[in-house]
Design a protein around this ligand. Structure first.
Ligand SMILES: *Cc1c(COP(=O)(O)O)cnc(C)c1O
Length: 570
């Protein structure tokens, strides 16, 4: 890293939007993300760097990463620490701030990582907060080590460091800020720090009057919610809050804002943000029902074009749709790409996946048969096992039209159901062997994600409605001309044009969940596989539909432009 960008000063001249996220996928070798939320955060910042939206990001350094996944011979997930060395990628911040946590002073230092997507631009500064400092009590040095690790009190300390420590660090470094964007509720404690900053002098108050300039705080804050179920929201007992955070400045006000019984991070963020959004139109509808009375906008997610397009296809775009990296809407002209060239580029991407599958698992796939790809966090609602509901039917379909399956995904170490899903997938793999070639790639990360979304022929997604807030891997597939076959939930409600950009599994109805397996088999058997085998021009036309109608729209640049104009500059 050059001296010029090793210091924060060059980033403090113009006002910026501070983007807070518990996880950010900055690059593949930095394991500070667990899944879609972190990848989205990274793509958001990559788009800001491309377009020139002035931002500064705040997250935790997560030195021990999320975890590295190994699969044992029985198909069980083993978890290993995934330590990384921030000094290899980032420079130490020239500041530290002190917080009182559990009656101890905890110093928060950190690192500057510069996220840069093009030569000649300064990039976006990312502050990685770090409590692993020799001055700290040994009990506090690991607060920022484990992404989503530990118990409730550990999580709460992390969230206080992120929100309150982050605000203090931005101030200590001299950042000028025009707004604060909370990516999910984990950082909502930042509103408490802002309330304290915008408090009226006590002597000016009339009895019963709130001491805080809440409208001022609201004007500065944007909140993006990602969780469509009440049970998934972060909530803390006030007794825990008191033990860790100390006395809240004004418990009465905080309870009004964050909930009477427990401190609900989503409520706190909702009540102190002028602009609130869900991550797809359907998700915004679901959120409005969950939180009646709030204006929840919809900014449908998008993925970063050049990060998520495999090389052979990206070269084709450079040739036939120049400018697509900066203006991905140009991909609406994908029809300009000659069919043969698109097919050849896809086959190259597919060969790269076939090679990787062989290297990692020994499974040999045939590049001349279609590959169904599925990869996501292994958690119950994503229903990774739906495809295997009726193995006899699946085998019968494959006898007619052979296909192959590649899967990947990590389960959170405490998600027993998710881990059992991985075991079950391995059991299915054994049952299918000799009939349907199948591989499970261990240690899903951004690099495997790109190989899979570009090298598969059909990208499968089968979540339980309405729990997929957005889903983004299908958008990555679209950038590679890989059509999605998915339940109508999250972004697919907007993205699916039947037979044009991909296909729907089942109906768009809250009661369809129980019928999805049969619907999936029927369409795979009668529509998708016959099209792949018998009508190559027809298939390529769907590939082009995915590119021209979905990649052209569901990209991070459109998303960033909307946040900039509708949320940050409102
Ligand atoms: C894109 C991505 C995800 C999110 O995929 P979904 O479709 O939203 O489930 C998760 N993990 C990694 C590594 C990714 O690249």
């Amino acid at each position: 890293m050059s001296e010029a960008i090793s210091k924060t000063e060059i980033f403090t001249r113009k006002p910026r939007v501070a983007y807070f996220s518990m996880e950010i996928a900055m690059e593949n070798n930095i394991p500070t993300y667990s899944g879609g939320l972190g990848v989205l955060a990274g793509d958001t910042l990559r788009a800001a760097a491309d377009i020139g939206v002035p931002m500064v990001a705040v997250t935790l350094v997560s030195r021990a990463g999320y975890f590295r996944q190994e699969i044992d011979p029985q198909g069980r997930q083993l978890e290993h620490a995934d330590n990384w060395d921030p000094a290899r990628y980032a420079t130490r911040l020239q500041a530290a701030v002190a917080l009182d946590l559990e009656d101890r002073q905890v110093w928060v230092g950190g690192w500057l990582y510069v996220l840069s997507t093009r030569v000649g631009s300064a990039g976006i500064p990312v502050l990685l907060l770090d409590t692993d400092l020799p001055v700290n009590d040994p009990r506090d040095r690991d607060i920022t080590h484990h992404l989503y690790g530990g118990d409730e009190s550990y999580r709460m300390k992390q969230e206080v460091v992120l929100g309150v420590g982050g605000i203090a660090m931005l101030q200590a470094l001299g950042f000028k800020l025009m707004g604060y964007h909370m990516n999910e509720g984990h950082s909502a404690f930042l509103t408490l720090a802002l309330m304290r900053r915008y408090a009226y002098p006590v002597e000016d108050l009339r009895p019963g009057e709130s001491p805080y300039d809440l409208p001022q705080v609201r004007e500065l804050c944007t909140f993006t919610t990602h969780t469509p179920v009440e049970a998934g929201l972060d909530k803390f007992d006030y007794s825990l809050v008191r033990r860790i955070y100390g006395d809240l400045q004004d418990l009465g006000t905080v309870k009004l804002l964050a909930g009477e019984d427990k401190l609900n991070m989503t409520r706190l963020a909702l009540n102190l943000s002028d602009y609130v959004n869900g991550v797809a139109k359907r998700h915004a509808e679901v959120s409005r029902k969950m939180f009646p009375g709030y204006a929840v906008h919809a900014v449908t997610n998008g993925v970063h074009p050049s990060t998520w397009t495999g090389n052979p296809i990206a070269e084709l775009y450079d040739q036939h749709v120049p400018g697509w990296r900066h203006e991905p809407e140009l991909l609406s002209r994908a029809d300009r790409i000659p069919n043969d060239n698109l097919w050849t580029a896809h086959q190259q991407a597919k060969q790269a996946l076939v090679d990787k599958v062989r290297e990692l698992t020994g499974v040999i796939l045939n590049p001349d048969q279609p590959i169904l790809g599925f990869a996501r966090r292994m958690t119950a609602y994503k229903r990774a096992d739906l495809l295997f509901t009726d193995l006899a039917r699946l085998k019968a379909i494959a006898r007619e039209h052979p296909f192959q399956i590649v899967m990947a995904g990590k389960a959170h170490p405490k998600d027993e159901a998710g881990k059992q899903l991985i075991e079950a997938l391995h059991a299915h793999m054994r049952d299918l062997s000799g009939e349907i070639p199948m591989a499970f790639l261990p240690d899903y990360d951004m690099e495997l994600a790109l190989l899979m979304v570009s090298g598969s022929d059909v990208w499968l997604n089968t979540p339980l409605r309405p729990l997929e807030a957005s889903g983004t891997s299908g958008m990555k597939a679209a950038f590679n001309g890989v059509p999605q076959f998915s339940v109508l939930d999250g972004w697919w409600v907007e993205g699916c044009l039947e037979g044009v950009t991909g296909w729907a599994v089942g109906e768009d109805s809250p009661t369809a969940n129980g019928h999805d397996a049969v619907a999936l088999y029927d369409k795979l058997e009668k529509v998708i596989l016959p099209l792949w085998y018998d009508d190559r021009p027809g298939w390529i036309s769907v590939m082009k539909g995915a590119i021209s109608k979905n990649a052209a729209y569901f990209n991070s640049h459109r998303m960033m432009r909307r946040y900039a104009t509708e949320a940050y500059l409102r």
